[in-house]
Design a protein around this ligand. Structure first.
Ligand code: SAH
Length: 378
């Protein structure tokens, strides 16, 4: 792996408005410069200071001597036969993560990663076979959205007719185990004078980091999706080991209390369909029972296979039967059409070859349990 010599200039991407204002103060620029820069960075998508024609030439040169405008590098780009696009992005330190754009008739969704690798080890998830390498920074998270806009030719931020209308935090990693950076990136994305993606068009998916669910609702107000996948603790402990730390009853209580959830803004419960494991009619009935009192909708995800996976996808008939039972109880229960399976871009198939660099010789390398508490899995 060759990593270019680091650019010593500070990246302006990923700074909040306040931080950008502080930078302008630090180089003795007038306060209104921060707003102008914000417009160029996030509304116009400028990648060079020379493009910022409303700024005096000398000021542009001064900016360029102190700062850079970061973008992840595209290490590989693939397009599925169904139009789904997957980008393998390489960051400054050479680490890699993937993002996926899924075009549909009435919308276009960008699936964003929050970590390189993951700590959760969900048994059916390909990303889970990759150890956590590190959290992505705010710049690297918002950079995925900006790079997609670059690639789709969507600058300045379009008002209508966008190919990128929705954002889902459903890529690699557990977003609530990297809450601060995710929150910072989403606040930038939601700013109406910049990328301008409404909180109603953003969905954060979590395997159930209960203590942070409330904070996410209060501070960000985005839509919530829960990777449920099982209706009893015994099975969920096995499929989603995080359940041992935050069992079903606590998770569902956090959902009942999720700020902003009401019938017009329901919480999505994702449920992967695994043959013979969780797809019986009795499971569907139990699911309905658990969801009582929660403004909910259910998303059934046919299991997406990956090399070495130990599960199979449920039959179409089993998925339909399951969906019918949930639907009859008054919940919408669409089956999520697998997209981009041919390029391993579908749910749970993302994985990069990044590996954790050993900080010390192997014998002393930290065991996984030595991760800081907020990064550690169950
Ligand atoms: N860690 C977060 C974000 C990942 S979202 C979370 O767990 O919610 C990715 C979604 O795809 C999750 O619902 C995950 O459980 C699901 N998924 C993972 N592997 C899958 C697979 N092989 N087939 C279908 N869905 C899968």
């Amino acid at each position: 792996m060759t990593v270019a010599a680091p650019d010593p200039r500070k990246d302006l991407i990923g700074l909040t408005r306040e931080e950008l204002a502080a930078e302008m103060a630090a180089i003795d620029a007038e306060p209104f410069r921060a707003r102008q820069l914000w417009h160029w960075l996030y509304h116009r998508g400028a990648t060079e200071f020379t493009a910022m024609t409303s700024l005096a030439k000398a000021f542009r040169a001064r900016l360029a001597s102190h700062y850079r405008i970061g973008r992840p590098e595209v290490a590989r780009s693939q397009t599925s036969s169904d139009g789904t696009r997957k980008w393998l992005l390489r960051f400054d330190d050479g680490q890699e993560a993937e993002s996926v754009h899924i075009p549909e008739a009435d919308r276009g969704t960008l699936c964003v990663s929050s970590q390189v690798g993951c700590t959760l080890n969900c048994r059916f998830c390909h990303t889970g076979t990759q150890l956590l390498v590190r959290n992505l920074g705010a710049a690297e998270i918002v950079g995925q959205i900006m790079l997609a806009r670059d690639q789709l030719g969507e600058w300045p931020s379009p008002r209508d007719d966008r190919q990128l209308t929705n954002i889902v935090l459903m890529g690699m990693g557990e977003p609530l185990y990297n809450y601060d950076n995710v929150a910072k990136a989403l606040k930038i994305a939601m700013d109406g004078e910049g990328l301008s993606v409404s909180k109603r068009k953003i969905t954060l998916s979590t395997a159930g980091v209960v203590p942070l669910i409330k904070r996410c609702g209060e501070q960000l107000g985005v839509n919530l999706a829960i990777s449920l996948h099982a209706t009893n603790d015994e099975l969920r402990d096995e499929l989603v080991p995080l359940n041992k730390k935050y069992p079903l009853a606590e998770l569902l209580q956090a959902c009942r209390e999720y700020p902003g959830a009401h019938n017009a803004r329901r919480i999505t419960f994702e449920y992967v369909m695994l043959k013979g494991i969780n797809d019986a009619p009795a499971d569907a009935r139990e699911l309905v029972r658990l969801l009582a009192g929660i403004p909910a909708k259910v998303n059934l995800i046919p299991f997406n296979p990956w090399p070495g996976a130990r599960y199979e996808c449920s039959s179409d008939a089993a998925i339909q039967r399951f969906s019918d039972i949930v639907f009859a109880a008054g919940y919408s229960a669409p089956v999520r059409m697998p997209r981009g399976r041919d390029i391993l871009a579908a749910c749970g198939q993302l994985k990069s070859d990044s590996i954790r660099k050993r900080a010390r010789p192997p014998a002393e390398a930290p065991a996984p349990t030595s991760w800081p508490a907020d990064l550690r899995g169950p």
